[in-house]
Design a protein around this ligand. Structure first.
Ligand code: NAP
Ligand code: GLV
Length: 312
C-alpha cells in the first residue's frame, strides 16, 4: 500500500484526501500531524511549506513531491537531506491556471484596464485607445512548463511574443527566443509587457532592478507571477513614480503575506493578488503524483526532478 505524508497549512485542505483516494485506490493518506512513525515503512511526502526539520525526521520518505512548481518552500530547510529526490509539480491544472491568469493580466495591461479602474473610482470619463495586439511586444521571462503554456494561450491573439531562458531553445514560429545574460538586455529593450515566470535562485534574485528595468521601453508594464525575489520593489516603485513604467501586477512577494500596512497596496499603478496566479488543483496533481510514484516503483526516472545545482 502506498503511503502519502501530506503537509499543507491552508484552509480547505480537506479536498486533497478524496483526490488522492480517487487517483490511488487504497492509498494510506496521512495528513500532518498524523504522519505516524518513521518505522511504518516507505512513504512519499507531498508538501507545501513544511515545518523546518520535519522531512529529515522521517528517513522512510523516498521522495518529496512539491505541492507547487516552486521548491523554495522546501529548500529553505537546512535539514532537508541532500540526496532526497524532490519532484516539482507540473500537472496540466497548474499550466492551465497560469495560462488563464497571464492571458487575463496581459490583456488588462494591453487594454489599460488598471488605469480605467483608477479613473472609474475618481468618476472620470477617461477614454484610452490601446494599440493592436500585433503591435504589443510581450516578453516571457522563463520559458519552462508554465512559460510555454502562457505563450500558447497568448499566441492566438497575435501578440509579438518573445521568451528568455537560460538555455537555447529550438526556433519556433511566432516567438523570438533570447538566451542567457548576454541577451537579457536586448530582451528587455523589446518588451512592452513583461511576464516574470522564473524560479527563485541566486541567479534570478534581484534581476529586475533600476538598471535593468530602465532598459525597457517607456510605458512598459510588469506582471510577476514567478517569485517575488525577482524584483527590487523600491526600484520598481521609483520607475512607476517617474513615469518610465506604466503599471505592475504583482502576485508574488519575497515576504508573504504582504504586510497589511505595506504602501504597495495603495499604489495606483500596482495591482496585487495574493499568490493565486495558479493554484495546484487536487484532481490533476493527485494523478501526477500517482503517475510518478508508479515510475519510481518501476525503477524509472520520475518527471521534473529538482536539479539542486541549478536550483529549479
Ligand atoms: P520550469 O519549467 O523549471 O521553467 C523555468 C524557466 O526559467 C526555464 O525556462 C529556465 O530556463 C528559466 N530559468 C531559470 N533560471 C534562469 C536563469 N538564471 N536565467 C534564465 N532563465 C532561467 O518552471 P515552471 O514550472 O515553468 O515554473 C516557473 C516558476 O513559476 C516556479 O519556479 C514558481 O516559482 C512559479 N510559480 C508561481 C505560481 C503562482 O501562483 N504565482 C504558480 C506556479 C509556479 P531553461 O529553460 O533554460 O532551463
Ligand atoms: C506556486 O507558487 C508554485 O510554485 O506552484
Amino acid at each position: 500500500m502506498t503511503r502519502i505524508l501530506f503537509y499543507l497549512d491552508e484552509p480547505g485542505k480537506e479536498v486533497w484526501r478524496p483526490a488522492f483516494e480517487a487517483a490511488m485506490p487504497g492509498v494510506d493518506f496521512r495528513d500532518y500531524p498524523n504522519w505516524g512513525s518513521p518505522d511504518d515503512g516507505p512513504a512519499y511526502a507531498f508538501a507545501w511549506e513544511p515545518e523546518l526539520g520535519l522531512i529529515a525526521k522521517y528517513p522512510n520518505i523516498r521522495a518529496v513531491f512539491s505541492l507547487g512548481a516552486g521548491v523554495d518552500h522546501l529548500t529553505r530547510d537546512p535539514d532537508l537531506p541532500a540526496d532526497l529526490p524532490i519532484i516539482r509539480m507540473s500537472d496540466n491544472g497548474l499550466k492551465e491556471g497560469m495560462a488563464e491568469f497571464v492571458l487575463m493580466t496581459v490583456l488588462m495591461h494591453h487594454r489599460f484596464m488598471p488605469r480605467m479602474l483608477v479613473a472609474q473610482r475618481k468618476h472620470k470619463w477617461q477614454r484610452l485607445f490601446p494599440p493592436r495586439a500585433k503591435n504589443v511586444r510581450v516578453g516571457i521571462l522563463g520559458y519552462g512548463a508554465l512559460g510555454i503554456a502562457c505563450a500558447q494561450a497568448l499566441r492566438p491573439l497575435d501578440y509579438r511574443l518573445a521568451a528568455w531562458s537560460r538555455t537555447a531553445k529550438p526556433a519556433e514560429d511566432g516567438i523570438e527566443h533570447f538566451t542567457g545574460t548576454n541577451q537579457f538586455n536586448d530582451f528587455l529593450a523589446r518588451t512592452d509587457i513583461l511576464v516574470g515566470l522564473l524560479p527563485s535562485t541566486p541567479e534570478t534574485t534581484g534581476l529586475l532592478n533600476a538598471n535593468t528595468l530602465s532598459l525597457m521601453p517607456k510605458h512598459a508594464s510588469i506582471i510577476n507571477v514567478g517569485r517575488g525575489t525577482l524584483i527590487d520593489l523600491d526600484d520598481l516603485v521609483a520607475l512607476l513614480d517617474n513615469g518610465h513604467l506604466s503599471g505592475a501586477t504583482l502576485d508574488v512577494f519575497a515576504q508573504e503575506p504582504l504586510a497589511a500596512n505595506d504602501p504597495l497596496w495603495d499604489h495606483e499603478k500596482i495591482n496585487i493578488t495574493p499568490h493565486i496566479a495558479s493554484i495546484t488543483r487536487p484532481e490533476t496533481a493527485a494523478e501526477y503524483v500517482a503517475r510518478n510514484i508508479k515510475k519510481i516503483e518501476a525503477g524509472q526516472q520520475p518527471e521534473n526532478v529538482l536539479d539542486r545545482q541549478r536550483g529549479y
